[in-house]
Design a protein around this ligand. Structure first.
Ligand code: ADP
Ligand code: MG
Length: 317
């Protein structure tokens, strides 16, 4: 495909992320339906071209567990990345709609993500770096595929500053500044699997607790009649940002210092599933296995042999 913005007809919005938005589009010359991700980047022309070059290797990623790539182009001040559209959306959207995901489906998710990660690393030496439910996509054929992996170092640099996420899937070693390895993705997979099985993020996400923010807002309420309203020393926005930073530090300290989350309550899920998640969430990266090693885990073996019909499951929502 020789992709140009004029040839892409917008059909609807698929979602919003930190760096931009994703739209369902039709490539009018060929009738191909695609997902167009628009990433706003703050980078010089030379860097933008470098990003495009780096994205090029996505053309060589052919794997049933990886979302296909149609191409990327510059559309000032954005970079547009066109990929396969997955009609059932991402797994976070699915559990928010239907509640906790059946553990049999979760086992298939684990299998698909491990296969995708193993392909990326063995064939292209790519580490994903952003495994989370919103980057695991599902379609009505019952396929599970990963997207948004870190192929472009320059792209990562150019959007990192705008990152304002609250829930963190980052491994303890990453939080402490160690080198990124394939094992960091395994940690993120473990957190994601618990989130899908429980239907909620496994860490108490302190940033979503805005109670003392409303206190902040309270201080901005109109002054009593007769008193002199003093302007607040700092804007509400500024204080919100500081609170957000504080919370991020708090939740990061939590991941490093507290025991890893588990698939609970005990006995609700198969033993093999509990054990698999525990091995993803070993805090010491040396003790944690690689995606390739985990493909041999009994629970993954079970998932491979399971005749659970994902296409049929997809037709229920
Ligand atoms: P994030 O992954 O942080 O949510 P993104 O900008 O990557 O942010 O994506 C926003 C949303 O768009 C995702 O949560 C997902 O639901 C949807 N989306 C992304 N890519 C696709 C795709 N190829 N097909 C269908 N939906 C997609
Ligand atoms: Mg994404």
């Amino acid at each position: 495909y020789d992709l140009r913005n004029e040839d892409l007809k917008e059909l609807r919005e698929l979602g919003q992320g930190n760096g931009g938005s994703v739209k369902l589009v039709e490539h009018t010359p060929t009738g191909t339906i695609m997902a167009k991700k628009i990433v706003l980047i703050d980078a010089k022309p030379a860097v933008r071209k470098q990003i495009l070059r780096e994205l090029h290797i996505m053309h060589d990623c052919h794997c049933p567990y990886i979302v296909s790539f149609y191409g990327a182009f510059l559309s000032d001040p954005n970079i547009c990345i066109c990929m396969e559209a997955m009609d059932k959306g991402s797994l976070d959207g699915i559990y928010k709609k239907i509640g906790p995901i059946d553990i049999e489906v979760v086992s298939k998710v684990a299998l698909a993500v491990l296969e995708g990660l193993t392909y990326l690393y063995d064939v292209h030496r790519i580490i994903h770096r952003d495994i989370k439910p919103s980057n695991i996509l599902f379609n009505s054929e019952g396929q599970i595929k990963i997207c948004d992996f870190g192929v472009s170092g320059e792209l990562i640099n150019s959007i990192a500053d705008t990152f304002v996420g609250t829930s963190t899937y980052m491994s303890p070693e990453r939080i402490q500044g160690a080198q990124y390895t394939v094992k960091s993705d395994v940690w993120s997979l473990g957190i994601s699997l618990i989130e899908l099985a429980l239907g909620r993020f496994p860490f108490s996400d302190s940033s979503s607790d805005d109670s003392d923010l409303s206190d902040l807002e309270g201080t901005l309420s109109p002054a009593r009649p007769g008193s002199i309203a003093l302007p607040p020393s700092r804007s509400l926005e500024e204080r919100k940002r500081e609170k957000d930073k504080r919370n991020k530090r708090k939740s990061k300290g939590h991941i490093v210092n507290e025991p890893a989350p588990r698939l609970t309550p005990e006995g609700r899920f198969p033993k093999m599933a509990e054990e698999f998640v525990d091995s993803c969430l070993l805090k010491d990266p040396d003790a944690r296995q690689t995606p390739k090693q985990l493909l041999k885990h009994p629970w993954i073996d079970h998932a491979r042999k399971s005749d659970f019909n994902l296409a049929e499951w997809a037709s229920t929502f």
